[in-house]
Write a protein that binds this ligand. Structure first.
Ligand SMILES: Nc1nc2c(c(=O)[nH]1)N[C@H]1C(S)=C(S)[C@@H](COP(=O)(O)OP(=O)(O)OC[C@H]3O[C@@H](n4cnc5c(=O)[nH]c(N)nc54)[C@H](O)[C@@H]3O)O[C@H]1N2
Ligand SMILES: Nc1nc2c(c(=O)[nH]1)N[C@H]1C(S)=C(S)[C@@H](COP(=O)(O)OP(=O)(O)OC[C@H]3O[C@@H](n4cnc5c(=O)[nH]c(N)nc54)[C@H](O)[C@@H]3O)O[C@H]1N2
Ligand SMILES: [Mo]
Length: 708
């Protein structure tokens, strides 16, 4: 690591921001006497193009926050009530390794579950450790974020197709995506904003009038949780009106007739009944998208957080493909990876013995998730609670405030409280770290050298150069995992230094970290219509519209609408008790997941958890803008402030996620007061392939309270 140490005056370091977990914006970090003072945008950056957000500008408050975790800690006393004892790193990792190996010897490696949160740049190290250790079980939020897309794309023979904004789409559909606020994963909102300034048409599919909907040519205000029906309705119009790409269908698809037969059920009239989107808008949207070329479809998690997510994702891929927008300039493109060691190879998935891989919890139920070695949380909680199909005795969680970010949070709490051994690695103490036996202090993105964006599929990798020395004894996650790997007995599979591991990843590029860190980025230039040369990497070599694999697994081989388990169509007594459709988790510009609430600057402009409710629904309940209210579902009740707005339908409420109150301190941090995942459920029926639940499309009641 080469950072400007104290006493060396002002330095400017070009690096890659990760003030939000996904990161990927180019910045210049200004350092004075070894201390970060400012982040400036990098206008030359090919993805962020000079964009930075308020999270970046406030990040110094996190970096130097007095509440950061700075030393390895071991709990003394009871879980949740204990006190903490500082221990040296060597002792902490030794203790963790000893316990994990003992549990493995007694109960098998599968009874240790590793875990992580949303996409960050160290995950490949975690999988390297878990695969070598021999457990197939890694707990992530993936089933409700991105993985349904990845898994179904793979089954259809491709990586996820992303918007090719740089080739000037003439139409964009933002589907369940608040892109200007969330800047997620590979793409940053600025590219969509530039596309719109250049005159592209915009269709927005969103139950809320978000910032994008305000700019839209057509805003489809659908009922939460009914995306698959809407997509199938648009496909119906496109097929019936002959607006599809016949050449592509004939040459590159199988099962068109079967799909067409299924689509017959999704007339615009029926789709209106299901989705609340007027039939004529379904037709208009289908025509606008199919007839304005090229068109790009920007996916968001609005599509994915429901029990019908794979069918919705699949129907969107079919919309892209059948309109001739797959892998064409300005459409949705499979970008590939820059020349670096592929994640799966680094993570050594091939070294997990087949017998262990077969033990993936829930793998026999959620078969699509199993194809990409992922599980849904309830199967881990089940195993902790019941010992079935085998006991889970230890959890090792990196960068995840699991209690705020997984469905049915009370159940998650019980499981974390009950599991025999819990290890967490985080930058800050959270309600989740509070339950741990051992807490490991992670360094921030400013404090470590890493290859940024390598986990994404936009074709780029950027150097993330360390800017400052770590505070206290914090270590970067990849260093923690490198050393833990050695302690677990795999000395020969890890490296002397983190830099050596980066050199290893960069080998295929013919670069060392020292060389790569001097470059602005590596890119694999886009190639188009690759299927014309290689076909699709599916069983048939084509894009299967009828999925035989799904049939073999006992699922429906064609996409369909599934009514949410809780919906206005439920029995009258239920609907009377919980009359409003609830969607949860629309992104907040100031925060990232449950992070950043420790920043006074960010907190000042968004101090409280909000639930959006329409003026008519508010008036019926005697609620005024800014009032504290209870939001209640069959799982429980939380407190939020009402934002009374006609951005939502009178029948819908939209609640934020990620809320806890760091300022309230341990052991509780007010974790259950406004935590929206107290309201969500993890019980079947879930998405058959992925085990995803409805975070969007539940039923709730909202009532006035003075209990702030
Ligand atoms: N109801 C509802 N629930 C949701 C969602 C929703 O929309 N609605 N969204 C879901 C989605 S899409 C996702 S991805 C998940 C997010 O799920 P998680 O990623 O598990 O969520 P966070 O609670 O944000 O936890 C991130 C933690 O990582 C810590 N951290 C930050 N940087 C680092 C680092 O470099 N190293 C380490 N070790 N720790 C770090 C932070 O302090 C924080 O405690 O939430 C999901 N939950
Ligand atoms: N500032 C900030 N940025 C973030 C995050 C953050 O917490 N804060 N989180 C990151 C993470 S982990 C992710 S996954 C991405 C997510 O980024 P996005 O996919 O943009 O996520 P959201 O804003 O949660 O939801 C997008 C839109 O879905 C709408 N919506 C709600 N219910 C439904 C529905 O049933 N159907 C449809 N079609 N739309 C619905 C919401 O109104 C919202 O406008 O953002 C990432 N970026
Ligand atoms: Mo996510």
């Amino acid at each position: 690591m080469t950072v400007a140490p104290p006493g060396t005056g002002t330095a400017v370091v070009r690096t890659t921001c990760r003030a939000c977990g996904h990161g990927g914006c180019g910045v210049f970090a200004v350092v004075e006497d070894g201390r970060l003072v400012e982040l400036r945008p990098d206008r030359e950056h090919p993805v962020s193009k000079g964009y930075t957000c308020k999270k970046a500008h406030a990040y110094g408050e996190l970096q130097y926050h007095p509440g950061r975790l700075l030393h390895p800690l071991r709990r003394v006393g009871a879980r949740g009530e204990g006190s903490w004892q500082r221990i040296p790193w060597d002792e902490a990792l030794g203790l963790v390794a000893e316990r994990l190996n003992a549990i493995k010897a007694e109960s098998g490696a599968e009874s240790v579950v590793f875990g992580h949160g949303t996409g960050r740049d160290f995950h490949r190290f975690l999988y390297r450790v878990s695969n070598l250790f021999g457990t197939p079980n890694v707990l992530t939020p993936g089933h409700m974020c991105y993985l349904p897309r990845i898994a179904i794309s793979k089954l259809l023979g491709m990586e996820i197709p992303l918007c090719d904004y740089d080739s000037k789409p003439r139409c964009v559909i933002a589907w369940g995506s608040n892109h200007l606020v969330s800047n997620p994963d590979e793409n940053k909102g600025i590219n969509l904003a530039k596309t719109l300034s250049a005159g592209a048409k915009l269709i927005v599919v969103d139950p809320r009038r978000n910032r994008l909907a305000e700019k839209a040519d057509l805003w489809l205000r659908l009922r939460p949780g009914t995306d698959a029906a809407l997509a199938l309705g648009m496909l119906h119009v496109i097929v019936e009106e002959g607006l599809y790409d016949r050449g592509f269908v004939e040459r590159w698809t199988t099962g068109f007739d079967a799909l067409r037969e299924r689509l017959a059920e999704y007339t615009p009239g029926r789709v209106e009944e299901i989705t609340w989107v007027p039939a004529e808008q379904v037709v208009q949207a289908a025509r606008l998208y199919a007839q304005t070329k090229p068109a790009a479809l920007q996916w968001g998690v609005g599509v994915e957080q429901n029990v019908n997510c794979v069918d919705a994702d699949r129907a969107l891929i079919y919309l892209v493909a059948l309109t001739g927008n797959l892998d064409v300039p300005g459409g949705n493109v499979i970008f590939g990876l820059p020349p670096m060691l592929p994640r799966a190879e680094f993570a050594l998935f091939s070294e997990l013995p087949a017998g262990q891989r077969a033990k993936l919890l829930g793998g026999d139920r959620y078969r699509l998730a199993a194809t990409i070695d992922r599980l849904t949380p309830h199967v881990v909680w089940d195993a902790i609670e019941s010992g079935e199909p085998y006991p889970v005795r230890a959890l090792v969680i990196f960068a995840s405030n699991t209690l705020t970010a997984r469905e049915n949070a009370r159940r998650a709490y019980e499981a974390l409280e009950r599991v025999e051994f819990l290890v967490t690695a985080d930058i800050f103490p959270t309600p989740t770290t509070e339950l741990a036996d051992v807490v490991l202090p992670a360094a921030t993105w400013l404090e470590n050298d890493n290859i940024a964006d390598y986990w994404k599929v936009h074709g780029y990798a950027f150097p993330r150069r360390a800017v400052v020395e770590p505070e206290g004894e914090a270590w970067p996650d990849h260093r923690i995992l490198n050393e833990l790997g050695k302690k677990l007995g795999f000395e020969d599979r890890f490296w002397d230094t983190v830099e050596d591991s980066l050199d290893f990843i960069l080998e295929p590029a013919g670069l060392t970290w020292e060389e790569f860190r001097e470059l602005p980025y590596l890119q694999r230039p886009p190639e188009y219509r690759k299927y014309e040369q290689h076909g699709f990497a599916s069983r048939s070599g084509k894009l299967d519209l009828y999925l035989e694999q799904y049939e073999e697994w006992g699922y429906d081989p064609l996409p369909k609408h599934v009514e949410p388990p809780e919906s206005p169509l439920r029995e009258p007594a239920f609907v009377e008790r919980y009359p409003l459709v609830l969607t949860t988790g629309q992104r907040i510009l100031n925060y990232f997941g449950s992070e950043l609430r420790q920043s006074p600057t960010l907190r000042k402009t968004h101090p409280d958890p909000l639930v959006e409710i329409h003026p008519d629904a508010a008036a019926e309940r005697g609620i005024e803008n800014g009032d504290w209210v209870f939001v209640e579902t069959p799982r429980g009740r939380i407190t939020m402030r009402a934002r009374v707005t006609d951005a939502v339908d009178p029948r819908v409420a939209a609640a934020e996620f990620g809320w806890w109150f760091p300022e309230q301190g341990p052991p509780d941090y007010g974790w259950d007061r406004s935590n929206v995942n107290i309201l969500t459920d993890d019980a079947p029926p879930l998405d058959p392939g992925m085990g995803a639940t409805n975070l969007r499309g539940l039923m709730c009641q909202i009532t006035l309270t003075d209990a702030a």
